[in-house]
Unconditional design. Structure first.
Length: 232
């Protein structure tokens, strides 16, 4: 099959799956912003999503998108290294015009994956999975605001997530325009435009996530606001 048997086909698969994940990040960031201004609104969104059939279907599609993106990323990296052979050891400096992020996408991706695992253990495991299988009987799976605020009231947790957001920003800024370039938006007029659009979009997403983390820490960690909690 062309999508798996050729280098271009693999790049197309990774690009499309990556753009799909960017859409999810955009929704996730907008959802999180609600928590800063209204924990009740955030819980209402969590209640609407929850462990309903349509959410479970979307979760399965999202998980498939992550798996496909990760597999093809490793596949293409190994393919590129094999193609370069020993030549890669002869280059000690970054070629002019080549961004640092483009040479370190695999490392950035691994950092993103590791933090994603932590993120899922902190929230998805205690919310959607808990609602389905009651894996954490002492945790209310419907009280998402309490779970999130309880984590981000700690400065060290905020610091770890800020590191994640920086890695995510580098990954997105290169990945966004590279994906559009791969699927055909690569003429001379739009090449630089898409690069700027990608940088701005990635910055908005990552600043949005960072704003939520820092705002929750200030509100509940510094100012000492009482963490709202629903009845179990």
């Amino acid at each position: 099959m062309w999508l798996t048997n050729s280098s271009i086909g693999r790049k197309v698969v990774m690009s499309v799956s990556g753009l799909f994940l960017v859409l999810f990040l955009t929704f996730h960031m907008c959802m999180n912003l609600a928590l800063v201004f209204s924990p009740e609104a955030y819980n209402a969104i969590c209640g609407f999503l929850g462990a309903r059939w349509y959410t479970l279907a979307l979760t399965a599609v999202l998980a498939a998108g992550f798996v496909v993106h990760i597999i093809f990323a490793f596949w293409l990296t190994l393919q590129n290294r094999k193609a370069r052979g020993t030549d890669r050891y002869a280059v000690n400096v970054r070629p002019q015009g080549v961004e640092w992020s483009s040479q370190n996408m695999l490392v950035l991706g691994i950092i993103v994956i590791l933090f994603l695992i932590i993120h899922m253990a902190q929230f998805w495991f205690k919310m959607q999975l808990n609602e389905l299988a009651n894996v954490c009987p002492d945790v209310n799976p419907h009280d998402g605001s309490y779970l999130v605020i309880s984590e981000f009231k700690n400065w060290w947790m905020v610091a770890l997530y800020l590191v994640w957001f920086v890695a995510l920003w580098f990954h997105l800024t290169h990945g966004f325009w590279s994906a559009l370039h791969t699927i055909g938006f690569n003429n001379n007029t739009w090449f630089n435009r898409w690069k700027v659009i990608g940088n701005v979009f990635a910055t908005i997403i990552c600043l949005g996530f960072a704003f939520v983390a820092v705002a929750l820490y200030v509100q509940y960690g510094v100012l000492g606001w009482e963490v709202p909690q629903m009845a179990h």
